[in-house]
Write a protein that binds this ligand. Structure first.
Ligand code: COA
Length: 379
């Protein structure tokens, strides 16, 4: 290793590999999944169609979709043992930790998790997509001391999630806004959690390990955890007339403001206009305008002071809150969506695998001899 090295901290700007799945184009504020603009997918498709797209590289025909829906819906159940694990989980646990443990448990239930052919991994991806919401809904009910609600196979992915949590399906406008958020969250290139998944399976570890690692990575507030942090911030601010001063004080204190900034997008997040549109619909539906008014003042102040734009989490957070969802379920909902992108990347990685193993630049002490234990002076 030469003495002079160029270090790319955080892999900033480094192109690690190629992918066919999605392309982020920050210069034109655009994101495509297999060539389809995400905004169009959000407006025209349901979440299940987008899952199919990410796994097959093309949108399904009506016949393919019908088969896929039936398959996915038939897997909306958990084993008795996994339900017991969830029932024994501390009620104070974060649902992200429940998912991390639950996916790991699913791996132990798979009799041959190392059977790495593409068909087996696609089959597991369908199961993971079907079961992750059930784990969440089960924990949601258990921690509130409520009876677990069995899933319904006549409901869509989005409808069923509300059904198993709340025992009812909200109006179509809410389901649509929720589904749009899932589509926008489904895939985003080599983001931290997707890259984590690819690193894990590049060692030929199994798909469950890759997804478990990805969940751990997504949990942090610099990544998926930001959508929860945004809502806590909005609640802390409380009223629109406090927003500008709050932001100025936070910036003066050099605080990182959740829901702003992005490693790739420096001139705005391509997904924000669509999410904002649907968040506004939720505000109208509930008659609660103030959260998006606070958002407006925060984003205007941030842009003026630092030139930094909001990201998707800035609008999905309040949108979920207006849908009546508990705040600590926001990042787990991100998992419900991103499981499609993660598993697509895992399958792509394994189809042409190369161990991911970068180098580091050593800055520790120069080489020196080991002093035997008996001769070491106390430090
Ligand atoms: N609030 C305040 N300042 C921010 C900021 C934020 N959310 N995001 C970036 N900045 C500032 C940094 O302080 C830094 O300023 P400096 O050059 O004066 O030190 C500059 O912008 C570059 O930021 P940096 O953290 O180096 O950019 P990055 O590409 O490494 O980070 C994020 C990207 C997402 C980690 C970062 O913007 C962030 O922490 N955002 C908040 C968390 C969040 O919303 N995450 C979800 C991402 S989708």
């Amino acid at each position: 290793m030469p003495d002079e090295v160029t270090i790319h901290r955080g892999l900033d700007g480094v192109v690690v590999d190629s992918t066919r799945i999605s392309k982020v184009m920050p210069e034109i504020n655009s994101l495509v999944y297999f060539g389809y603009p995400v905004q169009e997918l959000a407006e025209e498709c349901n979440f299940e169609e987008v899952a199919w797209l990410l796994w097959h590289g093309e949108l399904p025909t009506a016949q393919q979709l019908a088969g896929f829906l039936a398959e996915g819906r038939s897997r909306r159940f958990l084993s008795k043992e996994l339900i017991e694990v969830i029932q024994k989980t501390p009620r104070t646990a974060h649902p992200m930790d429940v998912l991390r443990t639950g996916v790991s448990f699913l791996g132990m239930e798979d009799p041959a998790p190392h059977k790495e052919d593409a068909a087996a991994n696609l089959d597991r991806s369908i199961s993971l997509m079907a079961k992750i919401p059930i784990m969440l809904g089960t924990f949601y009910r258990v921690r509130k001391g409520l009876d677990i609600i069995p899933p319904r196979s006549d409901l869509s992915f989005a409808q069923n999630f509300f059904h198993i949590c709340l025992g009812q399906v909200p109006p179509p406008e809410v389901i649509r806004a929720f589904e749009v958020s899932l589509i926008l969250y489904a895939e985003h290139g080599f983001n931290a959690s997707t890259f984590t998944a690819r690193v894990a399976v590049s060692t030929l570890s199994d798909i469950y390990s890759g997804v478990t690692a990805a969940i751990a990575s997504l949990k942090g507030p610099l990544h998926g955890g930001a959508n929860e942090a945004v809502m806590h911030m909005l609640l802390e601010i409380g009223e629109p007339d406090r927003a500008r001063d709050w932001m100025l004080a936070a910036l003066a204190a050099k605080r990182k403001i959740m829901g702003f900034g992005h490693r790739v997008y420096k001139k705005g997040d391509s997904r924000c206009p669509t999410m904002l549109k649907y968040a506004r619909q939720m505000a109208q539906l509930t008659g609660q305008a103030k959260w998006l008014e606070i958002c407006r003042i925060l984003s205007e102040t941030m842009l003026k002071e630092k030139g930094i734009y909001p990201n998707l989490d800035f609008y999905s957070g309040p949108a979920y809150y207006l849908m009546g969802i508990d705040i600590d379920m926001f990042t787990p909902i991100f998992v419900m969506a991103r499981i499609t992108g993660w598993t697509a990347h895992i399958m792509e990685q394994l189809a042409d695998n190369c161990l991911i193993r970068p180098l580091s630049h050593y800055t520790g002490p120069a080489e020196h001899r080991v002093v035997p234990l008996t001769q070491r002076n106390r430090r």
